[in-house]
Design a protein around this ligand. Structure first.
Ligand SMILES: NC(=O)c1ccc[n+]([C@@H]2O[C@H](COP(=O)([O-])OP(=O)(O)OC[C@H]3O[C@@H](n4cnc5c(N)ncnc54)[C@H](OP(=O)(O)O)[C@@H]3O)[C@@H](O)[C@H]2O)c1
Length: 255
């Protein structure tokens, strides 16, 4: 019998690389996707199981197509839609090209790959697809990180909607979203932010995420703080929520 197979976008660092290590320890064969070849080669060389690498830029539609083509009709047991990045600053001052690239990666590629992968999973009526959103996706908006929050709200929304569709179809396929707060990865460096809340480790976040995913939890909140934020958000007036989020974001900018 062939090994179980997992595919991870954004596998060259942070949570993606950690998903690779933990799934490999669980016996999964892997397909590791990102732009930085040398990182993927190094990671693949240190894993317990067979790991192929696929170097591409998911912001390009043709690259997303190539991923789906490369997988072909091989059964994918787990798909981690993880590639993503953020940016910080006043909406009118942040770089438009970076914003649009973020939308291409965090939204367009995630959407494209989600649809393509679910169509493959439907053939087997089996598979787990976890979208990596963020605590940014469970809040009404993120002043000074507006584009990033908006992309992650999209990820949360589409994950919940499709989860319900699958449930109503009595499907065995799982779709959920992971919504962490700060995790200690290369994210903050790429987004030009200093976390103001203490970050959790990628190792802990991924272990918790996999446990909850296998329990088919629709929204995964990997820390007590983020669970608190989620609950509070349900009772908090909108303007107050925006003010509180703004205050946190300004601290990240050192204001
Ligand atoms: N760290 C946090 O605090 C935090 C919190 C909540 C949610 N998240 C989300 O978690 C996910 C993983 O981020 P991380 O924290 O692990 O950050 P990270 O260490 O910066 O990893 C981001 C990964 O995404 C890949 N990536 C970015 N753009 C890509 C593109 N155009 N094509 C292919 N791959 C691309 C990067 O690979 P290459 O550069 O090699 O292409 C890298 O492997 C992201 O979706 C992020 O938004 C992070």
């Amino acid at each position: 019998m062939s090994n179980k197979f997992a595919v991870i976008t954004g596998a060259s660092s942070g949570m993606g690389a950690e998903f690779a290590r933990q799934l490999s320890n669980m016996g999964y064969e892997l397909l590791l996707i990102a732009r930085r070849r040398e990182r993927l080669v190094e990671l693949a060389g240190n894993l317990e199981t067979k790991a192929d690498i696929f170097v591409c830029d998911v912001a390009k539609e043709e690259d997303c197509d190539s991923i789906l083509e490369y997988i072909g009709d091989r059964k994918v047991d787990i798909f981690l839609n993880n590639a993503g990045f953020g940016d910080c600053g006043n909406f009118t001052e942040t770089d438009l090209d970076k914003d649009l690239n973020m939308i291409d990666v965090n939204v367009r590629a995630l959407h494209y790959l989600m649809k393509g992968m679910l169509r493959k999973m439907e053939v087997y009526n089996d598979g787990y697809l976890l979208n990596i959103a963020s605590s940014a996706g469970i809040l009404p908006g993120g002043p000074y990180m507006a584009t990033y929050y908006a992309t992650k709200a999209y990820v949360r929304s589409i994950s919940l909607a499709v989860n319900q569709e699958l449930r109503e179809a009595n499907s065995n396929i799982y779709v959920g979203c992971l919504c962490p707060g700060p995790v200690n990865t290369e994210f903050s460096q790429n987004a030009n932010v200093e976390f103001t809340l203490k970050g959790i480790s990628a190792e802990y976040c991924v272990r918790y995420a996999l446990q909850q995913m296998f329990k088919r939890k629709m929204i995964i909140l990997p820390s007590a703080t983020i669970k608190g934020v989620y609950m509070f958000n349900h009772i908090c007036p909108l303007r107050l929520a925006l003010r509180l989020t703004s205050r946190q974001q300004k601290k990240k900018l050192g204001r």
